[in-house]
Write a protein that binds this ligand. Structure first.
Ligand SMILES: C[S@@+](CC[C@H](N)C(=O)[O-])C[C@H]1O[C@@H](n2cnc3c(N)ncnc32)[C@H](O)[C@@H]1O
Ligand SMILES: [Zn+2]
Length: 495
């Protein structure tokens, strides 16, 4: 296979490339104080593989040559950046919106925001934490060493194009510098770029007591190997933003894999995509307990593409393992009812629909997070922040409500609606999971109830009920399925 040099000499360019931004100057400490002027940004060796992990390979940069590839400049909420050959999904922009809002709320509250974006790709998250959340310091790291110039370029653009109050106290301390050299460093001390294994970076921070306020761990699949070290490198009260893209495990198709990655044995249930969030939170809860910490969800977000499960969690010290919201979920395949089973009731696993002589029809799954998916106060604060930034003005009705296929473009984002559903879902009275409207009609042998009418009817009967951001054609409630069917029958229009 032909190999491509990482960088091609700017001087060799035949003509100016139309999309290039102004040249940026960054300091490269590896080059003994030289200022390295760079233009762009392309790692063809990674692009050619078609699969991002394959892009991580030992490759000595040929500093004398510079690749310049014309590439369309992207834009997320006003932050401009290049993607090059990095792994980047436009559909994940809403997950980045939510993260920036939570980070900005944190900064407003604590007055300081140091972020470590441990698996940074092109550095778009790091750039947005700088520009939107006004982070005092951002460390962007990715194991692919061919991405360093791209990350530095995007961070440089973001910090130079956004306003930042320089009268701040959040500068990183020189004594807490890392064991390894940075590839690029901002002259004003607001950002730095490294290309190390994420665990090396995180554990180095832990050993040096260089604690961060927000650590973003955007890993692939069910790679939970960074969660423990990220927790160790967080300040008390700090935030960890964790990701899983393992839909097989959340769907109950790889129970042993889920057990290895998240410590939870998961079998198929009807609300698999909410389980994906609960499995990931539960995995972090367990890692945290090992370290005398406890985590509480700020928000949880499921997205169709991938699928992708993302959770922002607040980390606090705790000298005992708080298991109130870390339990098992029992699901009955016969009557469809769901129940949280506490550790103390593990021996009594029989659904009330089964006679004493029959074999139980329900499975136990877990342990996983059985508490609320979001914090009401945090979602309210994020909504206020989004309003003040003009992010939820003029949002369109989401196309995914009207068509079967998942959204493919950021135009389909509807942050206003998403935040309002999250606020409903944060009600701690709601039961785990959701009930699909089709399940109700299947059991009632009637037509599918209208979601919003059913929610009103459930409220009138004294139950908690809400929409689900995970599944638009479903409700979340604390009403048993059998009773939901009854209520839906009584509210169905008479023919
Ligand atoms: C999902 S992508 C990141 C996307 C990026 N956060 C964004 O929002 O566009 C995951 C990244 O992790 C990097 N990676 C994989 N293994 C790593 C490791 N052990 N340490 C650090 N980075 C790693 C890959 O090179 C890839 O860029
Ligand atoms: Zn049953």
């Amino acid at each position: 296979m032909a190999t491509f040099s990482r960088l091609v000499a700017v001087a060799l360019l035949p003509a100016p490339v139309p999309f290039l931004p102004a040249l940026q100057t960054c300091q490269n400490p590896l080059k003994s104080g030289h200022h390295r002027t760079f233009t762009l940004l392309y790692c063809r060796s990674q692009a050619s593989s078609g699969f991002p992990d394959d892009g991580i390979r030992e490759e000595q940069p040929n500093v004398g040559k510079h690749v310049v590839e014309a590439e369309k400049m992207r834009n997320e909420r006003g932050v401009q950046f290049f993607v090059g050959s990095s792994f980047y999904r436009e559909e994940s922009a809403v997950g980045r919106d939510l993260a920036c809002l939570a980070a900005a709320v944190y900064k407003k509250d604590k007055g300081r925001l140091h972020v470590l974006d441990a698996l940074s790709g092109c550095g778009i998250r790091a750039a947005r934490y700088l520009a939107h959340a006004q982070a005092d310091f951002v460390w962007a790291n990715d194991a692919c060493d061919a991405l360093d110039t791209l990350m530095a370029h995007n961070l440089s653009l973001a910090s130079s194009s956004s306003t930042y109050d320089t009268d701040h106290s959040g500068q990183p301390s020189q004594e807490l510098d890392s064991y390894f050299s940075t590839n690029f460093k901002d002259e004003n001390g607001r950002w730095q770029v490294t290309t190390q294994d994420a665990n090396k970076v995180l554990l180095d921070c832990y050993i040096r007591k260089n604690y961060f306020d927000l650590i973003d761990v955007d890993s692939f699949g069910s790679d939970s190997v960074f969660l423990g070290s990220a927790l160790s490198a967080l300040s008390y009260g700090g935030l960890i933003y964790a990701t899983s893209t393992d839909g097989f495990s959340s769907g109950g198709h790889r129970p042993c894999n889920a057990l290895a990655s998240y410590g939870a044995y998961i079998r198929p249930m009807t609300f698999a995509n909410e389980i994906g969030l609960r499995m990931l939170i539960g995995g972090v809860v367990r890692e945290a307990a090992l370290r005398n910490l406890h985590v509480y969800p700020v928000f949880s977000h499921y997205s169709f593409h991938g699928p992708v499960f993302r959770v922002m969690l607040r980390v606090l010290p705790s000298n005992q393992f708080l298991t109130k919201d870390y339990n098992f979920i029992a699901f009955c395949h016969k009557c469809g009812e769901t129940e949280v089973v506490k550790w103390s009731s593990l021996g009594r696993n029989k659904c009330s629909c089964v006679s004493s002589s029959s074999v139980s029809s329900r499975t136990l799954n877990g342990p996983l997070w059985t508490g609320p998916l979001h914090s009401t106060d945090d979602v309210k604060n994020m909504t206020e922040m989004a309003k003040s930034w003009g992010w939820i003005e003029g949002d369109l009705e989401p196309a995914y409500e009207r068509r079967r296929s998942p959204p493919v473009s950021t135009k389909d984002r509807n942050l206003k609606k998403l935040l309002s559903i999250m606020l409903e879902e944060s009600n701690p009275d709601l039961q785990v999971g959701y009930i699909e409207l089709d399940q109700i009609s299947m059991r009632s042998k009637g037509s599918t109830p209208k979601r919003d009418d059913l929610i009103v009817a459930l409220h009138q009967e004294g139950y908690a009920a809400s929409r689900s951001h995970v599944q638009p054609n479903a409700i979340k409630t604390n009403c048993p399925l059998g009773k939901c069917v009854e209520i839906s029958q009584s509210t169905a229009p008479q023919r």
